[in-house]
Design a protein around this ligand. Structure first.
Ligand SMILES: [Zn+2]
Length: 461
């Protein structure tokens, strides 16, 4: 197995904060040794020592992604509208994808993520079948395209395969699937489970060495309560993560109350969806009673501040979610931007705007959400920190760019979280392999070109 050794000028270590001259070793994709204050490398060195300048962080986990939404960037800024009008444009893009074009697009999107320091992506996947709703010859062809895309871009992933059965809710009741939505559905949750099992998972829930399977209930809009149990049962059998969109919009809450008489959080609680392996995505509009249920169930709450502000969803109640006992994670969701540092500071800034006061989360709190907590929510509790035994993911940030220069090294975490951007990510190592070096992706040579070609093919002018 390949042995790697790095000497980091400045690294963030679990429970120790910032440490200088950290000697880091890895073998077979995992860290084997992490020694702060190392003056020189041991003489009996099995590998050359590579110096890492700037700030070295663990890999980021992008806990909520819909890869194809990347095609809508800028396009949807040219018009007014709401979440619901944006959704119509998103459906148009969804209608045009097939497994080949999705592989091309997703590989470029995941490469963009790697260049922003993401080592693991949670892909919330619901584009399952042909536009007519008929399955492909391999009913998992679209999911496999995403798994392959992550491999080609050098990322680990959790494929959060989403059950999506109905077209929505309004005050009159459950709406049937319409238009592009028909390709999202397996008919019922039992057939959803059969299809996901056909991915051929091993006993650890892995689809391949870099990809594990998880489940998603798209939302209370798309899965009726009586269909939730088979999904929950599947995750229990597999010990797999379970993600669900929840209360991103007041309209969802209103419709859920009109049809089921309770809030989305209460409905999910009553159907046994909430628990320590569950992530609720957004949780923007939640009541005190909802917070009690979510915190009591020890769920992860995945916040996506750049998407939530882009779509005009509202300010996520991060401090109440945290205080209630939820663990916060971060996702770029619609990829309005792909920058985990922007997501991290977005959590703090939303609270500042809502409360007109500063200092709700420290840089270290926000980095925990971007790293180990995000990985744990995706079923990778052994990733997201630079410590022996964990996956060997490293991200180096420039501390001397035009944005980051000038602050004392002791403020490197504040500089990273509140000042730096994805453009300050210099090097990325994932599972012990170099994926980005000096700001360039090593596996996908022309990421902007691939993004441009794959998006133009999808959205012909
Ligand atoms: Zn989403």
């Amino acid at each position: 197995m390949t042995v790697r050794r790095w000497l980091a000028d400045l690294a963030w270590l679990p429970g120790q904060g910032l440490r200088r001259d950290v000697l880091i070793e890895a073998e077979g994709g995992r860290f084997t040794s992490v020694l702060p204050s190392a003056s020189t490398a041991p003489l009996a060195s099995p590998a050359p020592t590579e110096r890492l300048s700037g700030l070295t962080l663990p890999g980021f986990a992008n806990a909520h992604s819909h890869a194809f939404h990347r095609a809508l960037r800028a396009t949807t800024q040219a018009a007014r509208g709401t979440f619901w009008t944006w959704r119509e444009r998103m459906y148009e893009a969804a209608a045009r994808l097939d497994p080949d074009s999705y592989l091309q697009l997703a590989r470029a999107v995941y490469a963009e993520m790697a260049m922003a320091g993401v080592s693991c992506v949670g892909e919330f996947h619901y584009l399952h079948h042909r536009p007519s709703g008929r399955p492909y010859a391999d009913p998992n062809a679209m999911g496999r395209a995403l798994v392959q895309a992550a491999a080609e871009a050098g990322l680990r992933m959790t494929l959060l395969d989403a059950c999506y059965l109905t077209g929505g809710l309004d005050r009159s009741g459950v709406l049937p699937l319409a238009g592009p939505q028909v390709r999202f559905s397996d008919g019922d949750a039992s057939r959803w489970a059969e299809r996901v099992d056909a991915l051929g998972l091993d006993e650890h829930g892995m689809i391949s060495s870099h990809a594990r399977a998880g489940a998603a209930i798209h939302s209370v809009r798309a899965v009726p309560p009586e269909q939730m149990h088979p999904v929950v049962a599947w995750t229990r059998r597999r010990g797999a993560p379970l993600h669900v969109h929840m209360s991103e919009q007041r309209g969802e809450n209103d419709a859920c109350r009109a049809v089921y008489g309770v809030s989305p959080a209460r409905l999910l609680y009553d159907e046994d969806v909430l628990g320590p392996r569950t992530t609720v995505v957004h949780a923007t509009h939640v009541s005190a009673a909802d917070l009690e249920l979510l915190g009591g169930a020890q769920v992860f709450a995945c916040l996506c501040p750049t998407t939530e502000r882009d779509l005009g969803d509202g300010l996520a109640p991060s401090r109440p979610l945290d205080a209630a006992g939820c663990t916060l994670t971060l996702g770029t969701d619609s990829h309005a931007v792909v920058d985990m540092l922007e997501e991290a500071r977005g959590v703090e800034y939303a609270e500042r705007l809502a409360r007109r006061s500063r200092g709700h989360f420290t840089a270290e709190d926000l980095l925990l959400s971007a790293t180990c907590d995000g990985h744990a929510s995706l079923g990778w509790p052994d990733a997201g920190e630079i410590a022996p035994g964990t996956w060997a993911d490293l991200v180096t940030m420039s501390l001397d760019s035009v944005r980051t220069a000038g602050a004392d090294d002791s403020l490197a975490l504040e500089t990273a979280v509140f000042v730096a951007s994805a453009a300050d990510v210099r090097n990325v190592v994932i599972s012990g392999q170099d994926v980005v070096r000096d700001g360039l992706h090593l596996l996908v040579p022309d990421v902007p070109g691939e993004l441009s070609r794959s998006i133009r093919a999808l959205l012909p002018s």
